[in-house]
Each structure stands twice: as C-alpha cells, then as structure tokens.
Design a protein around this ligand. Structure first.
Ligand code: BGC
Length: 760
C-alpha cells in the first residue's frame, strides 16, 4: 500500500513539475510570431531588467525607467509593486511599445510579502517542510495579488561562517536539509501550475558558492575544490532546479577565478548541461559591471563574457543594452545566443500567462483580501513558535509560571522594527507584535509584567552611523546608560524572574552586513551581566539573524531561547513558547561556535590525518591548545520542555549487497512531563572511501509528536542512494564497504550501528 502511495505521489510531483514548466503549443506559436517581428534592439530590450526603486537593494539606481520601457528597452523591473504601480508600468509596456510585450515584475520576497514570516534561517530550524512550503505559498499568494510575478528566492547558499551577514537568508550549513528546503520553497512559490493567479516564478540564488566568501566578508573571494562544490555546496541549487525552479540568479563572487556572471563552466556546463536547467538566468545586481573591479577588463568585454557564459538577463547594469548589439559584428557573440536568451524570457512570461493577460497579477480586490489575512498571520505565528530553539533550560525554569512577577527587560522587549528582520520590502513593522504586547495579549492579568528597556540596542556611535547609512533609523535613548540600567534594576527588585530580550539590530544581518565580532553588542552584554549579578534567575530571549558566540551567556544565565527574527507575529509566538502554550521543537541548522577562533566550524567536517577527540592532551593532533574543537551548540541541537529517550538502534539487514535496502529504527519515549515534538535525525558515516569523507552526513529526518510517557518507533529506509558521494572524477557513486548508521536528537548525541554493504 505504502509503495502505491509513494508511486502515486511521485507521479503527482512529476506532473506538477511538468505542468509548471510546460509551454502550450499556443504559447510557442505566440513566441515564434513575436520573435519573427522583433528587431535586434527589441530582443536585447527583453534581456534588460531595471530597478524602479521602491526599495533600495543595491548601489546602482536606474534612470529614465518609464522612457526606456516605452522605447522597448526593458523586459523586467524589480522593486515595483502594488497593483496601481504595476498596472501603470505594465500599461506603458503593453500600450505604448510596438509589440506590446508585458514586463516581468520581480522582487525580493524572501520571508513573506506583507505577512512577514520568520527569517529563512529561522524557518530552516523548524525542519518542517510542509510549513516552509505553506509560507512560500502564502508569500506568493500575497505578492501575486500586489502585481508581482517573480521572487528572488529561495536563497540556498550553504554557509559555514556566521560572520557573513547573509546567513540569515539561507538554511544553514547542511546540503541535505538545504536541498529539502529548496524544493519545498520552489513548490510553494510556483505551485502546481504557474498559470494559477497565486503562483509566481522562483529564482534560486546565488549560483554559486556565495556563502563561502572568505572570512565571512560579503562579496569576498571564494576559492574551493570542485569536490567540495559538488559534495557540499551544489546540492541545494540542484535540488531547486530539479524541483522546477524557473529562474536562477548568478552570484557576485568568483568561482575558479572567474566571476559567476561570466563563468561558462558554471552556467553552461554545470547548470544547463549537467543539470538540464531550461529556464533563464538573471545576474545579481549589476554583477556584469562588477566584473570590472574584479579585474576582468571593461564592461564591453564582460558583456561578451556573460552572454557567452549563458546569462540571459542583466539586472540593472544595462551592459547588455549598451554593448550587446555592437558585439555581434566582430562575432564576439552570436545572434543565436541573443535569440536563445530572449526566447527563454518570453517563455517565462508565457508560462505565467502574461502573454494572454498582462494584468493578471494586478488585483486590487484580492490584494486587499489576502494581504495580512488572519489565516496568514496564524501561520506566521505558528512558524515563529516552531522556529524557536531552546538552547538551555537549567532546572526547567521554562515554561514560565503564571503566578509570578516578570521583569521583562531589554531593547528588543518592546521592539517591532527589528523583529521582522532584513528583506521585508513590502512588510510593515507597524503590523508587528512585540514580546511585551505578545505576553499581554496572551496572559492579560494572569501575570504581572514589569518592563524596562535597560539599554540601547547599540551604543557604539560608529556602528549606529554605519547602520543608519543604510536606513536602519537607530536612535539612542535620551536617558543616560546609568539611568536606563537603574530603571531596569529597580524593577528586577520587584520581580521573581528576569526575561531579558537581547540580540542584534536587524541591519546587523542581511546583505553587506558582515560582522567581525558575533557577540551580542557589548552594551547589551553589560546589561545582562548586571541582571545576572542580582542573583535572580535570568531567561535570555535572543533575537538575531546568525549564530552568535554565547559561551558567557551559556555559563551564566538559566535559560536561553533563540527566537531569531521571528516576523510580524514574533511577540505572540514567543509568549506562546515562554508560557508553554507551545513546547519548543526547533533544531539548529548551523553550529554556534564556542569562540570566533573556531570559525568555520560545522558538523560534517572531515577527519584529518590526526583526528582529535576533544579530551586527550596529545600534542600532535588537529586541535587548538586553548579551546576545544567542538562548537558550543552543534548542528541539529535544540531542547524541549520535555525529554526524549532514544533506545539503541536496530538495523536490518546489517550485511547487504548491491541494490538491497535496509531499515534502521529506534524507539523514542517521551520521558518528561509535557507533550512535545522531536526531530529524529539520521546520519551516515562512510568509514573507508576512495576520497576522504565527512565524519558523518545528514541523510534523513522525521518529526514525531509524543504525549508524556508515550513511545514511538521511528524507522528510516536506507538505500544505496543514501551512500552516494562525488568521487575524484566527480561521478556521483557509492562504494561498497563498512558504514555507520546513526540516529539521534542532534548531530552529536547519536545511537550508532555498523553495517557492511557489499558490491552486487
Ligand atoms: C542581492 C540579491 C537580490 C538583488 C535584488 C542583490 O544585491 O544580492 O540577493 O535579489 O540584489 O534586490
């Protein structure tokens, strides 16, 4: 029966994928007819995307946008939304150009459109694919009503360096989990049919390796072996392409010495030939122009490089518009290349149904109904609660008791501007719920909450200046540091427990927001130290967009709840978690380093020839002598208000051959007082291979919900697909031998069993 269901589901998925990507005969005829009438200039115009500027998402500002549309020089716009604005601009394209070709409207709908969900890193900590898909679907529903038909999401860049500000936009460090999330998001945005009113094009970005910028500094050099690319960094992009992502965005960085936007190996050999990608490729913001400061000559040369690489659309840089035509004469690019790019863009327009009805995404009535709909906000609340990761809970201090007096302290405790995180273009912080409001909404008079800000979010003038330069609007309180601290200590006196809501300003993560120090800002740490010194128990509620260094906090506070930037409903959701209405179940998707010196630190590292086990005193080992190798909190880690006991693992058969399958099971028992959810994780170690392998790799996970005292058996089916890796020749294969199967609650606490898998 299960088999039949699996086959039926795969067929449905295949058909959905197919229909999302399928053009009708009528579409093809329309495109052929259009292309036969188009001049070279009109074809090149389709390859040009301009920024309408309703948001600032890059340093270049497009000029004379409306005139250029009229002149047939624009195929797409970004940063233009609302039905009125889109209708006005679409009107120009449809009514005032010779061939009436509608525009594509793209935008960064990264974690919701008007209903802002938790930031992507937070969403990844839910390990909940249906929820992630649902949030993408809601985002598409709202955005499409507001005139948009293309999102620059999912961002699937694997990253191992929390200094990089854009970790907030991705799904952490693991290729397997990252791939599942990439698929879920593409399915959510594009739905089963791009012609539906509520579906939009997805754009997987940033292809490729953007998350590996050296030293975590944004836009910095990337250099890695092809084996590492294929094994760890490529899988999520490929998964998004396999799931039918209609478009791909290039990355700013170089790959093997050539910036991605001019990299033929990447765009043509890997993306189109090896992976069979059929959609169109857009550059990142002015990325063709940026090949000049990269050191690859002038814009003319780089336009040629990009076109030869197979890049179809030029975001904002206008290089194609300026130099593509003149590059035809000396034969540096061919008419066929321009035609191919133009056709791919027209195909995307056709698949969206825009060639039949250019205004189908401008629906004032629907925009008014769907945006911020009650059920969307409910999903946002659920997501924000599920994204919370409980990092510490000494003496079960959480959940909070209702009859206690709480001192709610911190610059983020009654904040709305920051908790929506970066990339919330059309989301309005005024619609957000702060933690103070959330607690009051939920508890009314059940608990006494005394609130004090305690300190500024950031005290350091230079940081404030930098953040305000990009519009963060940070202000310092008119009161002195001491006055704010005294006010906080004063209310602590009257309280039973302290809840400190601290973290980063939202502008400290996101694009161009790398940090060289990933502690909570120093002035907030001073406040925390003063609170700890009072001797009252401290619950630290964190809002931030990257793993932080928390070893002092871990040693000194009673509980730590990582809530990330939880979106519009963060306050309500955090109240749900703090008071036990929701038992936290989030699991980290990126390691939290013990100190900055460990970075990059990630669970699926290699063994090295001198492995170190963190306890021996031996000198000639791969170790630091002053700090351990292990992170403070590892990948997959996250506590619950209850406890789960894992039985030993049973495997069967443990001796296999060829394409046989095996099963690995554990019995999990809820041994605590609360009902709760656990994410059961499967890892595999390949003990001997022809190339060095990770100490272990995530290969599966399952979520189960258990009542107190309840037990459930969780079984994973393992096939040779789960053993595969890229060998020296970059072939994706498995090799017979001994493997260790691990199942557990995080990447470090695991039950393990050996198996032997022989060749056929
Ligand atoms: C970012 C992209 C984004 C684009 C358009 C760039 O600066 O790197 O992620 O999609 O701007 O806003």
């Amino acid at each position: 029966m299960n088999k039949i269901i699996t086959i039926v589901c795969s067929c449905i998925f295949f058909l959905q994928h197919l229909s999302a990507q399928t053009l009708t005969d009528k579409d093809r005829k329309t495109i052929d007819a259009l292309m036969s009438k188009m001049t070279i200039e009109e074809k090149i115009g389709q390859l040009n995307q301009l920024d309408f500027g309703m948001d600032v998402t890059g340093p270049t500002i497009s000029k004379d946008v409306e005139q250029k549309i009229k002149d047939g020089k624009v195929g797409s716009l970004l940063n233009a939304y609302t039905p009125a604005v889109v209708r006005k601009l679409q009107d120009i394209a449809v009514k005032e150009t010779r061939l009436h070709i509608p525009l594509l409207f793209g935008n960064d709908i990264i974690h919701g459109h008007q209903t802002i969900f938790p930031v992507p890193l937070a969403m990844s900590c839910t390990w909940d694919m249906p929820l992630i898909e649902r949030c993408a679907q809601i985002a598409a529903n709202e955005a499409s009503a507001d005139g948009l038909n293309w999102t620059f999401s999912p961002m699937v860049d694997i990253t191992r360096d929390p200094r990089w500000g854009r970790v907030v936009e991705g799904s952490g460090e693991d290729p397997y989990l990252g791939s599942r999330i990439a698929e879920a998001m593409v399915k959510g945005y594009q739905g089963s049919n791009l012609r539906s009113d509520t579906s939009i094009l997805a754009c997987v970005k940033h292809f490729a390796l953007y998350g590996a910028a050296e030293a975590g500094r944004d836009y910095n050099t990337v250099d890695m072996s092809r084996l590492r690319m294929y094994q760890y960094y490529f899988p999520p992009y490929k998964a998004a392409v396999d799931a039918g992502a209609a478009t791909v965005m290039t990355s700013f960085n170089e790959v093997d010495g050539i910036p991605a936007s001019g990299n033929k190996w990447l765009m043509d050999t890997v993306l189109r030939k090896q992976w069979g990608f059929k959609g169109f490729v857009v550059t990142d913001y002015a990325a063709i122009n940026e090949m000049t400061p990269h050191g690859l000559g002038d814009l003319k040369d780089n336009v040629v490089r990009a076109m030869n690489a197979g890049v179809d659309m030029d975001m904002v840089g206008e290089g194609y518009l300026s130099y593509l035509k003149e590059s035809l004469q000396p034969g540096k690019v061919t008419m066929q290349q321009i035609e191919n790019a133009c056709r791919r863009i027209l195909e995307a327009k056709a698949m969206l149904g825009l060639l039949d009805d250019p205004y189908r995404f401008c629906n004032d009535e629907r925009a008014a109904t769907v945006n911020l709909a009650t059920n969307h906000r409910q999903v946002a609340r659920e997501a924000a609660a599920r994204a919370c990761v409980l990092l510490k809970n000494a003496n079960n201090i959480l959940p909070l008791q209702e009859n206690k007096t709480i001192a709610l302290i911190g610059p983020l405790a009654d904040d709305k501007k920051n908790l929506i995180g970066s990339w919330h273009d059309y989301g309005d912080w005024k619609n957000a719920v702060s933690v103070l409001e959330g607690i009051r909404n939920q508890q009314g008079n059940n608990v006494r909450v005394l609130y004090a800000k305690g300190c500024n979010l950031v005290e350091d003038d230079h940081t404030i200046k930098v953040l305000n330069e990009s519009g963060e609007g940070l202000e310092k309180d008119s009161r002195s540091i001491q006055t704010m601290l005294d006010e906080a200590l004063n209310i602590v006196d009257k309280a039973d427990i302290i809840v400190a809501v601290l973290g980063e300003a939202k502008g400290m993560t996101g694009e161009a927001a790398s940090r060289g120090d990933i502690d909570i800002p120093e002035n907030q740490k001073d406040l925390l130290k003063a609170l700890v010194k009072t001797g009252k128990p401290v619950v630290l509620v964190l809002m931030n967009g990257r793993p932080l260094t928390l070893s002092w906090e871990n040693d000194h506070v009673s509980a730590i709840l990582e809530t990330w930037f939880g979106g519009l409903e963060a306050g309500n959701a955090i109240a749900d978690v703090l008071f036990g209405k929701y038992n936290p179940s989030g699991k980290l998707t990126q390691c939290f380093p013990l100190t900055m010196g460990q970075i990059p630190v990630y669970y699926n590292h290699k063994h090295t020839g001198r492995p170190f086990n963190d306890t021996s005193l031996e000198k000639y080992k791969s170790r630091y002598f002053d700090i351990p190798n292990a992170p403070l909190y590892t990948f997959g880690y996250g506590l619950s208000y209850t406890t789960f006991n894992y039985s030993n693992i049973t495997v069967g058969p443990s001796q296999l051959k060829g394409n046989q399958k095996m099963k690995a099971s554990v019995i999990i028992t809820n041994t605590g007082k609360y009902a709760g959810e656990e994410t059961v994780q499967l890892y595999i170690t390949d003990t001997v291979a022809s190339v060095t392998r990770s100490v272990k790799d995530l290969k599966g996970f399952k979520k189960i919900f258990l009542q107190p005292g309840e037990s459930k058996e969780v079984t994973f089916e393992i096939t040779t697909e789960d053993l595969k890796f890229y060998n020296e020749k970059l072939e994706y294969i498995w090799e017979p031998g001994e493997f260790i199967i691990h199942i557990g609650t995080n990447s470090n606490e695991l039950k393990s069993a050996k198996i032997v898998w022989a060749s056929p």
